[in-house]
Design a protein. Structure first.
Length: 404
């Protein structure tokens, strides 16, 4: 009833820390691209858990794999081997065209792991003394919320009163190759890595100019600097290819994966790289109680198998073309700009038509759930299993809201 929704929201407000500002919908169940609230109202999910739900809510294969594993063993810790771990690492490494995998749980943990690994690799392979390593990152990045990762954030809200920060992260404008070259050449001996999202998700689905990623790849290779691609949000089918780096034919030195790797069932993340890079991690130097646990590995193994079919990438590419074709004519009609690739779009709303939050609330009233980003942007990133008619219906709702 309406009262149970109110009660749930009141309890969340009273006892949950206010570190999010959720839309006033209380989800009780979900299937595919649809969620149902406690009152039985249905909503089309155009956020997909920030791309954790690429394969849809309660994807059958993932639920079956999880249930089967629940009946065997869920957690061993890495103190012992378990029978899913090696297979998971081997399959994921192969999907990435890499050699080794270091599993963690969340995206932030995996980026932290990549940062620590790159610094140690710099010491081993380039002789960068402790305390001197530089990792170049981009303006408006989002890599996670730990103290070190907000140290390289340029979002004042994320940083405010959370310092002191971790040093060693020069920042360059995203998409500016000359600035990247200058930052690399400011201290090439001490620069161990460039850390980039191949498409910036939280910034509002910002696609870099053509040639940028390929240029960064060339600059880093020439200078023996690692290219770390944070594909936590862009990877595993979201952009119409397995990895967003593929759009420029780029193979980074390190992939950071998360979100969709656990299919929205388990938190699963990973750093995937060469033996030379991940081989610098020795026993006892880094780890996680839950990283690489049997339940996570069982689910992620199924995710890798599904990604390997190519089916989700194809859906994202085909439906994404449709999405962007439909969004294009809205420019000048309530929309200022549209960016993105595949089933992933950042839509800047004309201020005269309301804030991103207001548009999100009005879409919610019409049964469509999106996420506002900053003041003026909404993000569209449905599960890749969304039906074509459902997607078209959601766009009808957006057009209606903009016309109101
Ligand atoms: N990297 C990127 C590119 C992300 O989009 C996110 C989450 N939005 C993260 C890292 C952090 O992931 P998590 O929330 O699982 O820590």
């Amino acid at each position: 009833s309406g009262r149970s929704a109110e009660r749930a929201i009141a309890a969340a407000e009273a006892h949950g820390a206010h570190n999010y500002h959720p839309l006033p919908v209380v989800v009780a169940s979900a299937e595919g691209a649809w969620m149902t609230d406690v009152e039985g109202r249905r909503y089309l999910d155009l956020l997909a858990g920030y791309s954790a739900l690429n394969f849809g809510h309660r994807n059958r294969r993932l639920i079956e794999a999880a249930k089967a594993q629940l009946d065997r063993v869920t957690l061993t810790s890495r103190a012992f081997h378990h029978d899913r771990f090696g297979a998971f690492c081997a399959e994921l490494a192969e999907l990435c065209g890499m050699e080794m995998v270091l599993p963690m749980n969340t995206g932030a943990e995996a980026v932290e792991t990549a940062v620590k690994t790159a610094r140690k690799w710099g010491y081993r392979s380039k002789g960068v003394p402790d305390g001197r390593a530089r990792i170049i990152a981009a303006e408006n990045n989002f890599h996670g919320r730990t103290t070190t990762l907000i140290s390289l954030s340029t979002d004042p809200e994320a940083r405010a009163h959370h310092g002191p920060f971790t040093p060693g992260f020069p920042i360059v404008p995203y998409g500016d190759l000359a600035a990247m070259e200058a930052a690399l050449d400011a201290a090439p001996e001490e620069t161990v890595a460039v850390l980039l999202e191949p498409i910036q998700g939280e910034a509002g689905v910002v696609v870099p100019p053509p040639g940028y990623l390929a240029g960064v790849r060339e600059l880093t290779r020439e200078r023996n600097v690692l290219f770390i691609a944070d594909e936590v949000q862009s990877g595993l089918g979201r952009t119409g290819t397995t990895f967003a780096c593929e759009h420029e034919g780029v193979v980074p030195d390190v992939y950071v994966l998360g979100k969709a790797l656990g299919g929205g069932v388990m938190p699963v993340s990973a750093v995937v790289s060469s033996r030379e890079v991940l081989g610098v991690q020795r026993p006892g130097e880094h780890g996680s109680t839950f990283g690489g646990n049997p339940l996570a590995c069982a689910v992620a193994l199924e995710v890798v198998a599904m990604v390997r079919t190519g089916e989700f990438q194809r859906r994202s590419a085909t439906l994404g073309e449709l999405l962007h074709r439909e969004l294009g004519p809205l420019i000048g009609n309530g929309v200022r700009q549209v960016r993105g690739r595949g089933l992933w779009a950042g839509v800047d709303i004309e201020p005269s038509h309301g804030t991103g939050r207001q548009i999100s609330e009005r879409l919610m009233d019409r049964g469509v759930l999106v996420k506002d980003t900053h003041d003026a942007t909404i993000r569209i990133a449905p599960p890749l299993v969304i039906g074509e008619e459902d997607l078209m219906w959601a766009l009808d709702q957006l057009r209606a809201v903009l016309a109101e």
